[in-house]
Design a protein around this ligand. Structure first.
Ligand SMILES: NC(=O)c1ccc[n+]([C@@H]2O[C@H](COP(=O)([O-])OP(=O)(O)OC[C@H]3O[C@@H](n4cnc5c(N)ncnc54)[C@H](OP(=O)(O)O)[C@@H]3O)[C@@H](O)[C@H]2O)c1
Length: 451
């Protein structure tokens, strides 16, 4: 019998020359050939070898660039993607907007059985990939997980962390996440994220059509009545923020995780799990209680909230037609009121930024209160996830830690399929790894709500 050839590389970073890609390379280099790390070989891939070489120099600075292979691949050239897949265990995809460039990469991975992680924050892309490639990924043993960045891991793990603080007989009903972005300098994002957001809003109808064409997902049973809608602008006094609904990917990804969990109450079985691992996974998922979930963007001032609303209105109004989209993307600074720049943030702006995500959970101190007709939540648990700048520090930390889990614990994870990060990594040591790398999880308060 012939031995199966092992792939040459542990990881290939595709789109390494992009604004986010270069920070992902810098984060990955910290773990390359480190004695405790499973990452022993790495390659960079993209369209332009000279740009990739410069990326490697930037990422390794002040050290000289390590001898890392540079591979040429273009998402418009499927054979080049198949070549990548045949050489690696795992592709980290940083080429976005994913709705424009992601499909051929997922196709190549699922056809070849190679694993795939990305930093996508575009719900329509994620749901389309699940509809199109899940069956094939299960068959070939390719694990495909989108949203392994700030979108949507802090929301996924943050909700689970809050929900696990509700000890029986207490149960949560609703958890609202409030995101606060902070900096001594300006908070700035790169054009790639802005373009992805604009195209996402422009194509929201397509997402609704896709959902209508798909079988209905299982819905979790959440104790208590659905929470009231609430006002558009909220003053959250406990955490000192004004807040407005944030139409990001987070709540959609979390909802998909809760649906998969409802269909698989013990989580997803791993490829080759030991009895101890099975028990550990099942115990973990038995402590996660579903809740209604939403995300709001917070600001210390009401003026900040009006700025968010104005940017949302510009994108909503202009993204519907080609000329409007051209205007939005031609003048990102103007229409995002300075939040997105063609050149992205400076290194100082990246260094000085940070985030806090507060999870305010409301529920019942005793599940049996519900059967006695007490339908008003009487308990509140506030937890918090905090970390450095979201797009170019937190996102690379999360992506690289997810990748290291795949490399070191592959047998404990599902053989293949298209999944959300929460359902795959929830019961692993991802939270602990993030804590060790500068992203904290803490319980802020547990209190009784006034009757
Ligand atoms: N999850 C999160 O929280 C999070 C955080 C940050 C970013 N993101 C997402 O990451 C994506 C990238 O953002 P960015 O700001 O880094 O964008 P960017 O700077 O424009 O980078 C895009 C990358 O894609 C490459 N690329 C474009 N077309 C390609 C093709 N046909 N074949 C191969 N490579 C191609 C570019 O290569 P060249 O260098 O050759 O042009 C570049 O490396 C966006 O979708 C953004 O929303 C998500």
């Amino acid at each position: 019998m012939q031995a199966v050839a092992q792939p040459t590389y542990d990881i290939i970073i595709l789109g390494a020359s992009g604004f986010t890609g270069k920070y992902v390379v810098r984060e990955a280099l910290k773990f390359l050939n480190n004695p405790c790390s499973p990452l022993k070989s790495l390659a960079l891939a993209g369209r332009d070898p000279s740009k990739l070489t410069r990326t490697l120099q930037w990422a390794a600075h002040p050290s000289p660039p390590p001898p890392i292979p540079i591979l040429t691949a273009d998402t418009t050239d499927p054979p080049s993607l198949h070549r990548l897949c045949s050489q690696t265990k795992l592709i980290l995809n940083c080429v976005g907007p994913f709705r424009l460039f992601g499909d051929p990469v997922v196709a190549a991975c699922t056809q070849s059985g190679c694993d795939y992680l990305d930093i996508c924050g575009e719900p329509d892309f994620m749901e389309r990939m699940e509809a199109k490639y899940h069956e094939q990924a299960v068959e070939t043993g390719s694990l495909v997980i989108s949203a392994c960045g700030f979108d949507s891991v802090p929301a996924e793990l943050g909700l689970m962390f809050n929900s696990r603080q509700w000890l029986a007989p207490a149960v949560p009903n609703k958890v609202e996440a409030y995101l606060s972005l902070e900096s001594d300098k300006r908070i700035v994002g790169n054009l790639g994220t802005y373009e992805s957001a604009v195209l996402g809003v422009a194509n929201v109808q397509k997402l609704l059509e896709l959902r209508r064409s798909r079988p209905k997902r299982a819905r979790p049973v959440i104790p208590g009545p659905p929470p009231p809608k609430g006002s558009v602008i909220e003053s959250q006094k406990k955490i000192g923020l004004w807040a407005v609904k944030l139409p990001s990917a987070d709540s959609i990804v979390v909802r998909r995780t809760l649906s998969i969990l409802t269909e698989n109450p013990h989580g997803l079985p791993g490829m080759i799990e030991s009895p101890e691992q099975i028990e550990k996974r099942e115990v973990f998922w038995s402590t996660v209680k579903p809740a209604h979930f939403g995300v709001k963007l917070g600001s210390k001032s009401l003026l900040g909230i009006f700025r968010f609303i104005m940017v949302g209105m510009f994108i909503g109004l202009f993204s519907g037609n080609a000329f409007g989209r051209w205007l939005l993307l031609k003048f990102p600074s103007v229409f995002s009121l300075g939040w997105f720049k063609k050149k992205g943030p400076s290194e100082e702006e990246v260094k000085s930024a940070s985030f806090k995500m507060w999870f305010v959970g409301h529920g019942f101190s005793d599940n049996s209160l519900l059967s006695r007709g007490n339908l008003k939540p009487d308990m509140e648990i506030i937890t918090r996830v905090m970390g450095p700048e979201i797009g170019y520090v937190t996102t690379p930390i999360i992506l690289v830690q997810c990748a290291l889990i795949l490399l070191s614990q592959r047998e404990n994870l599902p053989k293949g399929g298209v999944f959300t990060p929460g359902i795959v990594f929830g019961s692993t040591d991802l939270q602990q790894r993030l804590q060790e790398n500068g992203i904290s999880f803490d319980v802020v308060s547990k209190s009784v709500l006034p009757a």
